[in-house]
Design a protein around this ligand. Structure first.
Ligand SMILES: [Zn+2]
Ligand SMILES: [Zn+2]
Length: 601
């Protein structure tokens, strides 16, 4: 196994690049106050309080200065000091990055270091031609690389505003994002990947392809699904529904809101409050408080509990495409990948402890079937367990151990490679996540399955066993897509909008060459729509606008329509059409029948 990123050379290199950037800034912008500058997933940042506002156009100048400073081969040296010495250093007016005028944030950071903990500084020093000593000193835990010469392949990316300590009441600082790599090739590849990602951005493509939209009058993170996007959803839910029926799932439908009592019982009020929309007080009617549904589980539990269950009834598998709403921070909302309203392909299985392993395996197999169908074959498995130090969990430790073992045993039996990730559990139980790698090598957490002993206990769920005594079932929560929104976001970027034929919202478009071909084109569309492909009717449109054929072809190509059928005089006389494919271009003239048989093969 490779070492964790936090202990890698790359991590130290990026942290050192953040310091190098801060050094360049203090030399270029006297009076700039430094706060914090850590390495992050794909690079680093530094939050700085600038005397005057910084613009993106200023970044190349800072980058240039960094290059000069890097070449000077400054040793990066660590020193450990007492709290008093630290304070003196921070207030030392003879060191450019320090001194009373810029010390504001560093003094607060020093105060935040707990008594008894090591206080360390990192120094970058050089002597210039005239023998003058230049220093860049920073209060920092480290670790760093040995010399600035190692920091060669970097780029400053963009600016953002960031409140000091993340609190809105504090001053907004300027955050400069950058990235650094060990080699020029890796930096190049990363920048290229970002360019590609920009072209594939689902927010952009979603608009271009007419999949979904947002409106400020509707609200942040609340997508409106347009006909083509809604078609895509329909095809996906239809496919999954059929797979679920084959596996003995039963559909249920539940409301969007419920009384607070339901969520008190489930534990959401205590453990999930910060992700819930403001509560609704009904002062006039039944004087109850209502809550917008953030999860479907408690509703399915109510249905399970509505009648006496025998071991013969189990497993019970309730499935619902359940729309939920979660109060994501507005800054974290990202298109349909992280929306405030979304639809989970949710299901809850109520099983006997003896059935747990087989049912769990069944769920994982279903998830594998789904991913294969969607063309997502590159993924890894992560088992999220309870963080031993965390307090956001319900239930006894015994239950957690049993549930975690059920997941890892099932993975072993399936021969799945998995990694354990402490702290990634849901508040009621451990879970297995599928992390998908997309065409650009980026990772997406998608489908999830959770084993839960705790909600059955909170709701006192029962079934009568073979021994005629009551027993407690175990619950499995699962969502192979994760949510329709997230999955469609991923698929849009994965395929750059050119969805596989079975998924394409419009599969075939008929281009009438002239007005006199329109009638025949619509008649052909009606006939084609009766054809079944992959157990669904073909989705066909007609472009009958008074535009040139060239323009119609370009537009269909832009909309990533898999097939264009060109209908002109020859079509009327000889019954043949010109066929163009999205991938292969002109496929020549053929009859509709031969096109269909080629398609179905
Ligand atoms: Zn640092
Ligand atoms: Zn659930």
């Amino acid at each position: 196994m490779s070492q964790p990123y936090e202990q890698s050379y790359l991590y130290r290199l990026r942290h050192s690049a953040a310091h190098l950037m801060a050094q360049a800034v203090t030399e270029l912008y006297p009076g700039a106050k430094l706060s914090i500058g850590p390495p992050i997933e794909n690079g680093f940042y530094y939050d700085i309080d600038f005397p005057e506002s910084l613009k993106e156009e200023d970044l190349p100048r800072i980058e240039q200065k960094m290059k000069e400073l890097s070449k000077l081969d400054q040793r990066i040296q660590r020193s450990e000091v007492s709290r008093d010495e630290a304070k003196n250093l921070i207030l030392d007016d003879s060191i450019p990055s320090m001194g009373s005028t810029v010390a504001e944030y560093k003094l607060q950071l020093l105060d935040a270091i707990p008594e008894g903990e090591t206080i360390s500084f990192y120094d970058q020093q050089r002597t210039d031609r005239d023998g003058k000593l230049h220093r860049f000193l920073d209060l920092c835990r480290g670790p760093h690389v040995d010399t600035t010469k190692e920091i060669k392949h970097f780029k400053l990316m963009n600016l953002a505003g960031a409140y000091w300590r993340g609190e809105v009441k504090n001053k907004q600082l300027t955050r400069i994002y950058g990235t650094a790599f060990e080699s020029a090739e890796e930096l190049e590849a990363y920048l290229h990947m970002l360019e590609e990602a920009k072209k594939r951005d689902h927010r952009l493509l979603g608009k271009e392809l007419g999949l979904f939209m947002f409106s400020p009058r509707v609200g942040t993170g609340l997508p409106l699904w347009l006909p083509k996007g809604a078609t895509l959803r329909m095809v996906m839910t239809d496919f999954l529904q059929k797979e679920q029926v084959k596996r003995g799932y039963d559909p249920v439908v539940t409301p969007h809101i419920a009384s607070i009592k339901l969520y008190e019982k489930s534990g959401h009020i205590i453990n999930y409050r910060d992700k819930m929309f403001p509560f609704m007080e009904d002062q006039e009617g039944d004087k109850d408080t209502y809550i917008l549904k953030p999860m479907n589980c408690p509703f399915h539990i109510e249905i399970y509990q509505s009648q006496m269950r025998s071991y013969r009834d189990l497993p019970v598998r309730y499935a619902e495409f359940g729309t939920v709403h979660r109060y994501e921070q507005s800054g974290e909302v990202t298109g349909i990948l992280r929306a405030r309203g979304f639809t989970q392909d949710d299901a809850h299985l109520f099983v006997t402890p003896e059935q747990l392993q087989d049912e769990f395996i069944g769920v994982v197999e279903l998830m594998q079937t789904v991913l294969k169908k969607l063309g997502l074959s590159d993924y890894r498995v992560r088992v999220g367990t309870k963080d031993p130090a965390g307090d956001k969990y319900v239930g006894h430790d015994d239950n957690w151990v049993a549930a975690t073992n059920a997941i890892t045993d099932a993975c072993d039996k399936l021969g799945l490679d998995y990694e354990i990730s402490p702290g990634d559990a849901a508040f009621y139980g451990p879970k297995l996540d599928l992390i998908i790698k997309d065409a650009l090598g980026r990772e997406w957490q998608m489908g999830t399955v959770q084993v839960d002993y705790n909600l059955p206990e909170r709701f006192e769920l029962e079934y009568i066993g073979e021994d005629s005594k009551p027993h407690r079932p175990v619950m499995i929560h699962r969502a192979p897509f994760g949510s329709l929104e997230r999955m469609i976001g991923l698929l849009t970027e994965q395929y750059t909008g050119a969805f596989p034929f079975w998924l394409s919202p419009v599969q075939i478009t008929i281009l009438a060459i002239a007005d006199r071909h329109n009638e025949a084109a619509f008649a052909m569309a009606t006939k084609l729509r009766e054809e079944i492909y992959d157990s669904r009717n073909l989705r066909v449109t007609v472009d009958d606008r008074r535009e040139t054929l060239g323009k119609k072809i370009r537009e269909a190509q832009l909309h990533k329509t898999p097939y264009m059928l060109i209908l002109g005089d020859r079509g009327l006389e000889e019954g043949t059409i010109g066929v163009r494919s999205r991938e292969d271009g002109d496929l020549g003239e053929m009859t509709v029948a031969s096109f269909l048989s080629a398609l179905k093969n």
